[in-house]
Design a protein around this ligand. Sequence first.
Ligand code: FES
Length: 88
Amino acid sequence: MQKINLLVCMGSACHQKGVYHLRTALQKLLTDHRLEAQVELKGAFCLGPCMNAIVLKVGDQLILNVTPENVEQKFADDILPLLAEVNG
Ligand code: FES
């Protein structure tokens, strides 16, 4: 089965907002939800809306304003539904 890409913007605006810590937190959330076999966390160049850093992308959907503090909420509210959608 093809893995779903969860893109994490590594551009400078997102970097400044703590994307390094966010990546670690996302990896843990994927592991906790037993999704690490299905979802690939990948770094990406600037995804566009730097004003809304940190920016993630699943399929063609952007997830905006993700922070190390709100990542668990964003994961439950936005990321998990998008992963399910892309997975069909
Ligand atoms: S640096 Fe992340 S969206 Fe531009």
